[in-house]
Design a protein around this ligand. Structure first.
Ligand code: HEM
Length: 314
């Protein structure tokens, strides 16, 4: 179903309000009993945000449920989308019940946020580094120019990306130095576990310091420097899943790794290649590009990038 511009803006606003405010709600996890009184205002804000999400997404879910019923009646089951699969899902552990509308709203938002905010944040950091280090941007542009023979003004295509080794190195370095998530989503241990001599009881919530892992000076030389060249060894091949060797984990690792890590990499490579092919990105006079961080849903630039963009001469 095609959404009009107004609806897209409403969904975007609900998502943005959530992303920007989420870290302010962490405090609500403590002492739920007294917290309800102590943080009454903040709880109210959270409820309001939640209502906003349900108001914008709820009608689409209900309308899709009706459509699905009609499709079932005429026996046509083509065009199955994400919401359709959630609507047909049942939970065996809970008496084969279906998901509630509220749960579906959460899952849709999770997919929207996880699929856009992470990639946009990663790209923002990478562009900031390319503006800060024009020599890296130039090297990347030269690779694009030399390797992709598409001077006819066409966009770089998906199949061209495989030939761009330095592009891949820049993306990997961006994800190492500025992973959008400095932590993963919360995990819990399913059994009593020993970790580095510490006893972790079953059901304890655990997380991983993603950014620190990628900045470990025992693994990475000059870890805080932005040096894509470090990824050029081994023929430019690097296993970002950590299956072979875990040196960084911007997408997590193992069973709960980001289910769309390869799509995330593809988006970053594709957008970056085209942005650099079409435009030269430079700092404003006297602007040193401040790489300070700020915690939102992802770790974003505290001072968003302002840059001058000049079309490349064809
Ligand atoms: C550069 C881009 C991306 C990065 C850095 C990234 C990173 C992550 C990380 C760190 C996690 C948590 C893994 C864990 O808790 O162990 C995650 C989960 C997730 N990601 Fe991504 N992601 C990216 C792109 C995407 C895209 C494009 C989509 C969807 C189209 C997506 C969908 C999801 C979903 C649905 C989850 C939750 C999975 C679960 O609950 O098990 N991500 N991602």
């Amino acid at each position: 179903e095609k959404l009009d511009e107004k609806t897209i803006r409403e969904i975007q606003k609900a998502q943005q309000n959530f992303v920007v405010n989420i870290s302010r709600f962490n405090v609500l996890k403590f002492s739920p009993k007294f917290g309800k009184i102590l943080f009454r205002r903040r709880w109210q804000e959270l409820y309001d945000l939640r209502r906003e999400q349900e108001d914008v997404l709820g009608p689409f879910i209900r309308s899709r449920r009706e459509k699905l019923e009609q499709i079932k009646c005429v026996g046509n089951n083509t065009n199955i989308g994400y919401v359709d699969s959630l609507l047909t899902l049942t939970i065996p552990e809970e008496g084969d019940r279906k998901l509630t509308d509220g749960e579906i709203v959460s899952l849709c938002l999770e997919m929207l946020i996880a699929g856009t905010d992470t990639t946009a944040t990663a790209l923002h950091w990478i562009m900031a580094n390319l503006v800060k280090h024009p020599e890296i941007q130039l090297k990347l542009f030269n690779e694009i120019k030399d390797v992709v023979v598409s001077d006819n003004g066409e966009k770089i295509k998906e199949e061209d990306l495989q030939k761009l080794t330095y592009l891949k190195a820049v993306v990997l370095e961006g994800l190492r130095r500025h992973p959008p998530g400095h932590f993963l989503l919360f995990h819990a241990v399913s059994e009593d576990t020993q970790l580095d001599g510490n006893h972790i009881p079953k059901n304890t919530g655990v997380n991983f310091m993603v950014a620190e892992i990628g900045w470990d000076p025992k693994i990475w030389e000059d870890p805080m420097e932005f040096k894509p060249e470090r990824f050029l060894g081994n023929g430019g091949v690097f296993d970002v899943t950590g299956n072979r060797e875990l040196k960084m984990m911007p997408f997590g690792a193992g069973r709960r790794i980001c289910p769309a890590y390869s799509l995330g990499m593809l988006h970053l490579e594709y957008f970056l290649a085209n942005l650099v092919k079409e435009f030269e990105w430079t700092a404003r006079v006297g602007d040193d590009i401040d790489l300070s961080e700020k915690q939102e849903f992802t770790t974003v630039m505290k001072y968003p990038l302002h840059t001058l963009i000049t079309p490349r001469i064809k």
